[in-house]
Design a protein around this ligand. Sequence first.
Ligand code: ADP
Ligand code: MG
Length: 637
Amino acid sequence: MTAADAQERQEFTFQAEIKQLLHLLSHSLYQSRDIALRELISNASDALDKMRFVSLTDDSQRECGTLEIAIVPDEAERRLTIRDTGVGMTRDELVANLGTIAHSGSGEFLKSLSAEDRAKADVSLIGQFGVGFYSAFMVADQVRVRTRSYRDEHGWEWASDGTGRFTVEPVEGPLPRGTEIILHLKEDAKDFASPYHIKDVVRRYSSFVPHPIKLGADGEVINDQKPIWVEPKRQVTEEQYDRFYQHLSHHPDEKPLWHLHASVDSPIQFHAVLYCPPSNLERYGFPRLEHGVSLCAKRVLVQNDCRELLPDYLRFLFGLVDSEDLPLNVSRETLQDNTVIRRIRGSLLKSVFDRIDQLAKDQPEAFQTFTEQFGTLLKEGAIVDAPQRDRLAKLIRFASSQKADGRLDVSLDDYVARMPEGQKRIYFLGGPDLAAIEKNPNLEVFRKRKIEVLYLTEPIDEFVTNALGSYDGKLLTSIDSDDLDLPEAADEESKVETPEEKAEPGFARVLELFREAVGTRVREVRESKRLTDSPCCLVNADGGLSTQMQRILKMANKDVPEMSRILEINPKAPLIRRLGRLAANAEHDAFIKECGLQLWSNALILEGVTPDARELVSRIQTFMDEAADKRSPLIVM
Ligand code: ADP
Ligand code: MG
């Protein structure tokens, strides 16, 4: 572009996704239109934050004048003007920000809308996707943006009717620094020029904007601007906290699940208000959450979405941290090595953990929701954050054999408190889901002896138990490992066995035949002490990976070393006792061996693994033939 072009009026076409977005917005619900005002005020406020920052860090901009927002309605002309004295935009910024840049937000926003939302044209989340400006077209059929950047002597005007194109041209004559958005209101949106309506919307959505919002010719200030984070906690009402949440989240009617208000004096002075949203969008297929904590120094915004304030796994929290001890000119690059930030982070982390503890104690239901929505993120923390691992281990919850419904509400401390005398380990079992876990034959001895087993129903769970290794001095042990170290069961063992419970004398021979049949498919075939009903199970030797872990790693295409496993046979199971009797006669050897192979296959199938299908089918076919033949023998002619 030459200097000459830049002085002329130019026409541009909106990027395709923005066109789609505009179409949707112009057909949006009447009720959701208040969003438009909220988004434009939010942009004005952002521009003022930036200007304040510039004035404090750039000597040439020290005299920056009043930083404020003016809303000027004109009912007769059906016009609404929103003006700010913020940073303004250069010509290039205007073109890029309002129309041509491939805003990733617009595509994501469109994708996030369900069919139902589209039908209802529910666009209430628009501000979260960084495309809030376009909501102007919900209420206006003609939008003009007049702006002058603090770095520019000339002003520029952007104009569009929101169909497909926009124009940018230089403004004649002087223009004050900042931006002015002029909305020509649609016929059915004319109440946006009513002072009463504007006050109402500002009160509901924008009361926390930290700059004065002045209304009309007389310039009445219509917002609160109170920074609640510097107030003493007991002076802030729940409603104020909720409002501030709605202001930060761009979410008009949502309430946070919980909030945390911290005021710390030493070693570093800071105030913080953090919120936990009611649901975790990551769980619903949204992209990974981004950090949403703003960093302020002496009430001036230094940086949005500051990742240095909290570890990655707490990315679902958002809010604001404000410190007196931080210089304004701290740059993005130096934040990481900044000792003030490091100390704030340490202290904040502790406050967050304490707050979650408190939630668990005081509001079990909210805590349950929290666990369902964000528990996996805390588990992620327990895996990656070694220094905080023990602390996080107290906050995470699992399903357990003690609870029929599979709810994730048993803590490791609960488990340890319930452990009977003599139990030295914490037992767990992983599986693809609750139903699969409950069918696992390895559970039998635990059920019989009433020993609690944690059910690891979430794929991440077993990474956590692996990372922890032990808890409170107790080894975390998968119940499909060969070494269980179960507590002595004095009464059970000494009990005289009834004849039905006795192993058949032929059992040793059955084991021998099984060993021959299964061969090197397993490391060992041996008598089981853990089974009560099922004929057999597979266990993992030498503290190797649990079955579930092997499954997960295989799914993730990781190289899993072929594990040598142990096939355990229950001498008391009716089938095994029958085979024991048959073993007295060598003519049944072949049949017993086939049964051994089939039992091994069955154990694998229960784990969700299919062994060699052809072999398996042909064996079952033979068994069926024999069973059918017994009922009705074919007469051989
Ligand atoms: P977001 O505010 O999330 O970035 P918007 O669609 O609301 O998304 O605004 C797009 C961009 O346009 C902003 O990032 C900003 O650069 C610019 N912008 C919008 N309004 C103003 C304003 N009043 N003053 C200066 N820049 C603005
Ligand atoms: Mg915005």
